[in-house]
Structures are given as structure tokens and as C-alpha cells.
Design a protein around this ligand. Structure first.
Ligand SMILES: [Zn+2]
Length: 64
């Protein structure tokens, strides 16, 4: 049984698809049972989504 800390440590890898299928399965199983980690995963997804959106913003506002 994975601890919440293990899940937290793997969360971004999970979202990036960098985990092995075994590790991914562990996270999936834990999240089904653990409300805290489910909420945390949701927050990470939101952050990831914002970071994706920011990639598309041109960084040309350095001219003064
Ligand atoms: Zn947990």
C-alpha cells in the first residue's frame, strides 16, 4: 500500500505519463481510496493546464 507521500512524489510524473504501468496503477488505486490525494491530483492537473496555456503566451513584453 503506497503512502500519500509516495503518491505526492509521483504526481507530476503521473500527469506527464512518465510512470511505469505498475506505478501508474498504484497511484490510480490510491486515488480511488484517498480523498486528499484525489484533491491534490486535481490541483496538479489544474496547475499543469495553466502551465500549458502559458507556453502559448509570447514572451515579448521585455521591450520598454
Ligand atoms: Zn493519499
Amino acid at each position: 500500500m503506497a503512502t500519500c507521500k509516495q503518491i505526492y512524489d509521483n504526481m507530476y510524473s503521473y500527469l506527464d505519463g512518465d510512470l511505469t504501468s505498475g506505478q501508474k496503477h498504484t497511484v490510480d488505486n490510491h486515488i480511488k481510496k484517498c480523498k486528499n490525494c484525489k484533491t491534490y491530483l486535481h490541483n496538479c492537473e489544474t496547475v499543469n493546464h495553466i502551465l500549458e496555456l502559458m507556453k502559448d503566451i509570447p514572451m515579448d513584453n521585455e521591450q520598454e
